[in-house]
Design a protein around this ligand. Structure first.
Ligand code: SF4
Length: 534
């Protein structure tokens, strides 16, 4: 899989589907079922795979995973209309029912117990052919943090795996000289029993372990025992802990209570003992501001944390925040800075889009994107531009077109994929689309190899924008007629959303076509002048 990650998400999707076709198309009918795990960010890929499989596969397609669990039945059918079955929650029992042809329902949600959790290693389902593996000692989480898919899928219940099974697995790992175990448990150390498991795991020679622990659980004697093990195995244990925020108001929204004094105490011990740990925090929490986010970072730095990662808040489908989105004034949108097809909370009652981008900027220290000392100036520019642009139907005038064309051309020449703001170029609504197109690695490589393509691609991108805008203008009357009962404010908001949806759809089609042509170019000369001929 690693070879996919150097590409943009759109290219990854196209490549995976292409590779799947090449490798498995003539083999799929050996199987009666194909089960696919779905996440929010894999919707296009999963639907793409189902669409190519459906016409040729004689068996049944099953979907499962967090996203399937989180979507209500109506949304599930709408989002993934072509699957045969949908498994919510843990899949062991549901899959068994399907394989035995014992289910009359398309949506299954079977509860499991400890005996249903078969070891994939002891059973040989996953052969131990690598030195690094994923493993679990328990399923589920007793907490219910509102931002977390785990908490929502697990229904607050923790299922511990049978002790004999764990012992047998550890012996198998010893025999197979496993060198790295990534423990999947939501919280690995819950009590003394887990301390015993950790001690047994450490008997696997030269093996290192990554796992998550929880500040709230590590207390008193459990903390002492755990620290003593960590101290003696410094170079073998790598801990991950979630802090998310130090602020009460934000904790309440996240449904996560942090005892800050206790956290300071644990950090002090970890630092004194040179224990390896990493902490995660979140930005974009309703109630947060740029300043409070900075305070959370400052807290970590002042308390000696050397490694932390800040993640943008994304709302799980069935979270309380999602239900209260309008009360919290939440807006979800794509990031301008990543081309992942996933929406984050980019506005709420306590911060606006620009402030979110500033948080993004300090969260990604390596790619400072916004000179936040100029925030007030930028805010003015944004406000002026948006108000000015609201009633404008034509998109690019000649000056804007030339300006935008220069920016794109220069980016392609310099192989620059940093995400500059395009405000004022007349292409604000196309921001995500343009960045998505510019992130196509194979296109950039071609421009570096053969200069002539830089101008060709620039023209194609400008052409894509103009044609898409023309398309929007052509169907606009129908949209307005269908929504004529709305107030002016609501109409302009709805219209913007409608336009963005069209742009997104057209961009995907454009990228797919361009991507295919570049692929073909590897073998023969191809006429690039005709993508986007919709
Ligand atoms: S964030 Fe951690 S503790 Fe909270 S619900 Fe998710 S897995 Fe459990």
């Amino acid at each position: 899989m690693d070879n996919y990650f150097e590409y943009s998400p759109l290219e990854i999707e196209a490549r995976i589907i292409n590779d799947f076709k090449k490798k498995y198309f003539n083999k799929v009918n050996v199987y009666s079922f194909i089960a696919i795990s779905a996440y929010a960010w894999t919707e296009n890929l999963v639907n793409g795979l189902i669409n190519i499989l459906k016409p040729i596969f004689n068996g049944k397609i099953i979907l499962g995973g967090y996203e399937i669990t989180a979507l209500n039945d109506d949304k599930l059918y709408k989002t993934y209309p072509n699957a045969d079955y949908y498994v919510k929650g843990y899949s062991e029992k549901s899959l068994e029912k399907l394989f035995k042809n014992e289910s009359k329902n398309r949506i299954l949600n079977e509860k499991i117990n400890e005996n249903d959790l078969i070891s994939v290693y002891l059973s040989g389902i996953i052969p131990l052919t690598t030195e690094s593996i994923y493993w679990e000692s328990k399923r589920g989480c007793s907490f219910h943090c509102d931002f977390c898919e785990w908490g929502n899928a697990a229904s607050n219940k923790v299922i511990r795996l049978n002790e004999d099974r764990i012992d047998d697995e550890i012996n198998l790992f010893k025999q197979n000289k496993i060198k790295k175990i990534n423990i999947l448990d939501a919280n690995f150390i819950l009590n003394d029993h887990d301390i015993v498991i950790l001690e047994k795991l450490l008997e696997i020679q030269d093996c290192i372990f990554n796992f998550q622990v929880n500040f709230n659980i590590l207390k008193n004697k459990l903390l002492d025992k755990f620290v003593s093990i960590c101290k003696n195995n410094r170079n073998r244990l790598f801990l991950e802990l979630g802090l998310q925020t130090i602020h009460k108001e934000e904790m309440e929204i996240l449904k996560r209570n942090n005892d800050i004094e206790h956290i300071k105490y644990i950090l002090q011990i970890f630092n004194n003992q040179n224990i390896n740990y990493e902490i995660s925090i979140i930005f974009g929490i309703p109630g947060q501001t740029f300043e409070t986010f900075q305070n959370t970072i400052r807290f970590l730095e002042e308390n000696g944390c050397k490694k932390y990662t800040a993640y943008p808040l994304r709302l799980p489908q069935n979270s309380i925040m999602k239900k209260e989105a309008s009360k919290l004034k939440i807006k979800e949108d794509y990031s301008k800075f990543d081309s992942y097809p996933i929406k984050f909370v980019t506005e709420s009652y306590s911060f606006d889009r620009l402030e979110w981008e500033m948080m993004y900027s300090i969260a990604n220290k390596s790619k400072i994107l916004i000179p936040y000392e100029f925030v007030s100036i930028m805010k003015k520019v944004t406000e002026n531009y948006i108000t000015k642009d609201m009633d404008k139907y034509s998109l690019l005038n000649e000056v804007e077109e030339n300006e935008l064309s220069d920016i794109i051309y220069e980016k392609l020449c310099k192989n620059d994929i940093s995400n500059n703001l395009l405000l004022g170029t007349g292409a604000d609504k196309y921001y995500i689309a343009i960045n998505r197109i510019l992130s196509i690695k194979s296109m950039r490589e071609l421009c570096i190899r053969e200069k002539k393509y830089t101008r060709i691609f620039t023209n194609l991108i400008i052409d894509f924008i103009k044609k898409t805008q023309q398309h929007i203008l052509n169907v606009e009357n129908t949209f307005i007629n269908e929504n004529q009962n709305l107030s002016a404010d609501l109409l302009s908001q709805k219209k913007l959303e409608w336009e963005l949806e069209i742009i997104d759809k057209e961009c995907k089609a454009f990228c797919e076509e361009l991507y295919m042509k570049i692929e073909q170019k590897q073998n023969m000369e191809v006429d690039f002048t005709s993508p986007n001929k919709r």
